[in-house]
Design a binder for this molecule. Sequence first.
Ligand code: VGL
Ligand code: ZN
Length: 248
Amino acid sequence: MAMKKVNKESSVGMARRRFLQCAGAAAILPLGLRMANAADIVPGTDSVLLVIDVQNCFLPGGTLPVSDGDQIIPIINELGRKFDNVVFTQDWHTPGHASFASSHPGKAPFETVDMPYGRQVLWPDHCVQGSTDAQLADALDIPHAQLIIRKGYHDEVDSYSTFMEADGSTKTGLTGYLQERGLNKVYACGLATDFCVSWSAQDAAAAGLTVSVIEDACRGIDLEGSVAAAWKAMAEAGVSRIRSSDIV
Ligand code: VGL
Ligand code: ZN
């Protein structure tokens, strides 16, 4: 008991000393410089910023709005300036797509249905090919982005992942594109954390890519705790969770 108390005091003392050392170091740094952060990431020629589904449909006023979805756009624009390689993705559904509640008589949005490939959440009609709703957000400002990959264009299968459709076997081609260009470090952001970002990040990790998700550059839909579940699943898949300030 006494032993425990002594240990506690000494660790508090150590922490206080460490704080004073750091404060001293900061005081002699010239103004405008900041201390190097252990997480500082400098995107290299092998790195790609993957901007997932930042489309009108997922913004306030769209057909499947994600709360505060618009707030990530300035952060993503800033990130875009730090990457030579940027890929956008676009949810791109046929009219009457099987993921729409309106395609299932008697079903309402956010109910589920069992499809041949598993359980499917039913959504409001959204991101229909060629519609204004499906366009990338006007406020995105990354003119050097190199590829827009579309997904969810097969009538009968959804595709949250931008690598693999929900049937688990139909590929979008993105893995091959990244491999051919030597882009093996993926930094993912966008909408929605718990669906397209999470599924894409997990598939990218399964394909052997190194994957980080930039949490403040994402927003989630959050159906019954799905955001927390997504972060847990991503961690288990070996996906790193970082913040935009970790990238310099
Ligand atoms: C998405 C639901 C339906 C997404 C796409 O981009 O996360 N979510 N379609
Ligand atoms: Zn969709």
